[in-house]
Ligand binder design. Structure first.
Ligand SMILES: Cc1ncc(COP(=O)(O)O)c(C=O)c1O
Length: 384
């Protein structure tokens, strides 16, 4: 079972505060319409449209990769989730050895298991800030010659970002062995402060890299269900051939809206700016709250470099799933327990994408709940 998605879907319709989301608060259609100066939805013919995405949409997507991708290298998908599925089905055969960057969102890990691949996990460590283990990846690529390496950069749930130098080292190893690098880059554009993370397709040799991304997280448009796979022509063709079997085409409406957004000068930057503003304000509110005496030692965050979430240790608890369940039951707050990412230390992934006023209320409820749960656990001599 897909722990994170199931954990959310069983509770998110009844929870009061969704600190379980990893993207920024979604825009309303009217807000998007204003941003792009009119969407012209009345003119859209509700046919199937183009099964790999309209030419305008693919051009707009290719434009996000600084010349490294051509429109023929793009396949538009139902969210980045479908792009991950296409990548796994088109690149990996049962029995193939693949390396997977851990921890991660866990969709690809689950799909690879369903596919019957031989998975080698490359774990990041909290001791070095959850940095991508480049030396270990290079060693695994050279010794095992895997079919593919799956990385999430910027990483979910740790918020760590690997830069150009790290990517180049991995790309050089992959080129030597003929390994394909599949990077889920759905949080790209939501870096805090630093420069935009490079895409793997901008760094690796043509034919060696695939970028998976979409409009759900940094752009605040998950309801469009619009993602993509961007690579060289041949790889995109093979992914498109699988898409014929999965969903035929993305929604014609979403194709139209996304195409308008990506081809309106300044619109993409405005959305990313909005996302960074929301997250930086919420991060500041969290820092401030954690500095208060009553909250000392309650949560120990690994401060993220990117994404609309952070991972925080619960230094007083043995397990996070029981704490998360209690938070939901008593305060109506949903946060994702670290167990969903196979983390050993008790930790929670906390969303930073809610509108600032709602976030402050959610934060107050989260901290109140944690103080109470910690108090009960200590009273019982058992840190749940
Ligand atoms: C790393 C990563 N990839 C893919 C997805 C799926 O997102 P979507 O299909 O909405 O683009 C998520 C959602 O949380 C994610 O965190």
């Amino acid at each position: 079972m897909f722990c994170l998605e199931r954990w959310q879907s069983e509770r998110e319709t009844t929870a009061r505060y969704l600190l379980s989301e990893s993207g920024v608060s979604p825009l309303r259609l009217g807000e998007l319409e204003e941003l792009v100066g009119g969407l012209g939805l009345g003119e859209v013919e509700l046919g199937y449209g183009w099964t790999r995405g309209s030419p305008g949409l693919r051009e707009g997507i290719a434009g996000l990769y600084r010349g490294a991708v051509e429109p023929e290298g793009v396949v538009a998908t139902a969210g980045s989730a479908e792009a991950n599925l296409l990548a796994v089905l088109s690149l990996v055969k049962p029995g193939d050895t693949v390396v997977v960057d851990m921890p991660n969102y866990m969709q690809v890990w689950g799909l690879l298991r369903l596919r019957g691949a031989r998975i080698v996990e490359a774990w990041r460590s909290p001791r070095d800030g959850w940095r991508l283990p480049v030396a270990r990846l290079v060693q695994l690529i050279e010794s095992m010659r895997p079919r593919a390496v799956f990385v999430t950069n910027p990483n979910n749930p740790t918020g760590s970002v690997a830069g150009e130098k790290e990517l180049a080292e991995i790309a050089a190893a992959a080129e030597r062995t003929g390994t394909v690098l599949v990077f889920d880059e759905v949080y790209r554009g939501l870096e805090h402060g630093g420069a935009r993370a490079p895409s793997i397709v901008e760094v690796a040799a043509p034919g060696r890299a695939v970028s998976v991304s979409g409009l759900s997280k940094a752009y605040g448009l998950p309801g469009l269900r619009l993602g993509w796979l961007a690579a060289d022509r041949g790889t995109a063709e093979r992914a498109w051939a699988v898409k014929d079997y999965t969903s035929i085409a993305v929604s014609r409406l979403s194709d139209h809206i996304a195409s308008k957004l990506l081809n309106t000068p300044g619109a993409v930057e405005a959305l990313l700016e909005r996302a960074r503003r929301i997250v930086s304000g919420n991060l500041a509110a969290l820092r401030e709250a954690l500095a208060r005496p009553e909250n000392r030692g309650l949560l120990e965050p690994w401060w993220p470099m990117a994404g609309a979430f952070l991972l925080a240790r619960l230094p007083w608890a043995r397990r996070a799933d029981t704490v998360a369940e209690e938070l939901y039951r008593v305060e109506g707050v949903l946060a994702v327990p670290g167990e969903c990412f196979l983390l050993e230390e008790a930790s929670l992934r906390i969303g930073l994408g809610l509108p600032p006023t709602v976030f402050r209320e959610a934060l107050a409820a989260l901290l109140r709940g944690l103080r109470r749960i910690r108090g009960t656990a200590e009273g019982a001599g058992d840190a749940s």
